[in-house]
Design a protein around this ligand. Sequence first.
Ligand code: AMP
Length: 395
Amino acid sequence: MLNKKSVDDLQVKGKRVLVRCDFNVPLKDGVITDENRIVAALPTINKLINEGAKVILCSHLGKPKEPTPSASLAPVAERLSEKLGKKVVFAADDTVVGENARAAIEKMQDGDVVLLENTRFRKEETKNEEAFSKDLASICDVYVNDAFGSSHRAHCSTVGVTNFVSESAVGYLMDKEISYLGNAVNNPVRPFVAILGGAKVSDKINVINNLLEKVDTLIIGGGMAYTFMKAQGHEIGNSLLEADKIDYAKEMMDKAKEKGVNLLIPVDNVITKEFSNDAEFKTVKGDIPEGWQGLDIGEETREIFKNALKDAKTVVWNGPMGVFEFSNFAKGTIAVAEALADIDATTIIGGGDSAAAVNQLGFADKMSHISTGGGASLEFLEGKDLPGVVAADDK
Ligand code: AMP
């Protein structure tokens, strides 16, 4: 459905294929704590290996301003090698495409895999400056972008490089992500329900606005819900509030009415006086008293949300319903995850914290699709074009 050239459209035997992956994985003391993004990259890599390409992989990792050992992709090379059951040569090289990398590529046989160093070691990367794009293009015959999680950024390794290669395409992961999200948003089996949560309204302003054009029901929970409660005229104590977004929240409530969208805002909340899992907590309906803050949706709200999900056929979820990292305030997020696990629907989890919540709470295998890209899936849901996708050759 993506009108872009895919890896299936390429003749890669004996060619050097540069694949931009999203290997931006969480690391703790040099150890990868979540390998989902590596696993998600395997189908494209395996396909290219099997077709006899020389597979050169690149990615960013974190946001280093300069070459930094703790941001090296070396641990990814090791894990990837285990996953592929095949040696992955790591081209340690602070300039990413320097002497070491070129020497490693020179030695490649068909079917070999080389991983370049963190693309952010080059300061041009995030500015999409030509020098690094040209360097990347100079080491390959074909370029494939499979980094959905980085596709909302126009950087050298996602966009710039396509200006200097003769052929570019998207990988299987990119195709899968866009197919799930695209079908959900543009061609949903109804009822279509979107669930938005997380800390900030301002992060999701455009998503709310765009989804109100598409969904039958929009559920709002998490910290961002309190700005909506305030807009409804409730007291919200010390709960998260974006005061400059109250008018916007009112506008969105009006828009929902106008469009006939069922907009659900919490009616009760689990509140506490301190942002801590050890603090005293209780559930209140409606107004939140002074000195207290809402950290989760209450039981009645959980039931309302679950009920709204019961008959859904397409669900998109982005952002937790409360501070799920604290067990006393995770019930709302768990309830939503359980509801999604139970229904017979296409269930799509936007990346970032909601993906972490679903994984951490053990519901991952019950979802139709868990996106590897938080920011990218949000921008897609906003209705924006993703530069990393646009840049690839059309079919
Ligand atoms: P986001 O990155 O915007 O999706 O926000 C995710 C973060 O929002 C998580 O770390 C949650 O702990 C936090 N969060 C969710 N609900 C609340 C709340 N009621 N108060 C404060 N933080 C919250």
